[in-house]
Design a protein around this ligand. Sequence first.
Ligand code: ADP
Length: 522
Amino acid sequence: MPTLATVRIISAFSTPRHRIFSSLHKVIMDNVTPPKPGARAASSFVHDKAFVNGEWVPASSGKTFDVVNPANGKVIGSVPDMDASDTEMAIKVAYKAFQSWKETTAKERSVLLKKWADLVNQNREELAKLLTSEMGKPVAESAGEIMYGAGFLDLFAEEAKRVEGDIIQTPMKSRRILVLKQPIGVSGMITPWNFPNAMITRKAGAAIAAGCTVVLKPAEDTPYSALALCELAKEAGIPAGVLNVVTSSRDNASQVGKMICESPLVTKMSFTGSTFVGKLLLQQCASTVKKVSLELGGNAPFIVFESADVDAAVQGTMGAKFRCSGQTCVCANRIYVHESIFDEYVRKFAAVVEKDLKVGDGILPGTTQGPLINKKAVEKIDAHVQDAVSKGAKVVCGGKSMGGNFYEPTILTGVTGDMRCAKEEIFGPIAGIIKFKTEDEVVGLANATTSGLSGYFYSRDISQIWRVAERLESGLVGVNEGVISMPEVPFGGWKESGLGREGGRYGIEEYLEIKYVCMGGL
Ligand code: ADP
């Protein structure tokens, strides 16, 4: 493993935690590459206040919490640690703003969303550096996420104008039947740390396009990307109170979430995160019968059939498995390879992993694998590897922590269904490979899970392609593709992976209510 063994972990956890917000942090973020003319420095996007009613506000308690760079353990800065009362205040603001925002025309909303999208795109590189500093993914991947995030704003700017009702044929001459679609109201949102920009624009873009207002709690690990989006929304002219971001520590997350879920003024709740928290929020939303969207955990099968182009399948696995260091809910979790091509696939996959992946601080050029989000994540990944090895799996490469939050990209063979890495969502850089013999067997194994977010397979047999695409029990299927998320598509899971869809024309429907109007006496 020479390439991985010689990887430099540039930012070890050797320095004591200290404030670097105004000095070192600025150096890290602004001097890697200078901002383009017209774009601002990344550090100018670092806000130490939350955003409510168009203003930068502290927590009413005055409390704050630190945000840490996962690549080096250093504190980037701190943001308000808001609680239930701050959240209630933001909800009232959003409710008031909704009364006028819902009266705007789709065209007016579209123009503002388009402006917001343009500003996000213009500042892509600086927003990417900010994102990398709080989340860890390589800066090129962060730039890709910013474009993806801006893509949702751009798409929903268009979709706003396509919200159309219906006129239904009447069975009675004296009546006419109309169907109206209207904004649902204040939309509460809770977002995760792995896509600190795009998970916000995918939700808030749709809501704002539909005429709703937003109260959003970003993940405690990544509030800065959320606050940067608020700054650009304000600059785009989105009125005060339409987008509100309430920051809170993990300790306060449950009271902020409960207020969002149980407030009668909030009529929609959208969450992306773990299945465990999603179920809790769904229960809390029952008290007010809110419309709920949930994007929860996955356990994606990635199947390589005997007719597959093995090289293409290896490339597909790299994207599906190692993007974001394996920390996405659509990452390949169980890799099934047909016995006839198993050895070839493993050999080629290991060679590409060793050649192409470079672990390090995501801010540095050349890094392809940033740190995991925190120490707990590293411990979990290591526990998965230990569990697999103790049950008979073989480590082909990797398999060890590299210090700090870094973990070697790992390939395991001989994985079986009783191992944690096959049963649970891994959320890290472990590729566990399982040999199979028949299509029926592998489809059965692929579907034998309570999750149903994404599934992937490689095959050149057209009949098999249709069969398996239809048989996989998941909301997203990649056929001969390993990375399939795009703003235009309906993203969402079957079974315990979620409720509702985000993105594309389906995404805006989540923020609309249907009203049947009967015009009688004609
Ligand atoms: P992860 O473990 O990957 O952080 P979570 O589902 O725990 O995934 O977190 C996703 C989001 O849910 C974050 O914004 C987090 O703060 C929030 N969250 C976590 N626990 C709760 C809770 N009990 N109520 C509301 N939000 C929560």
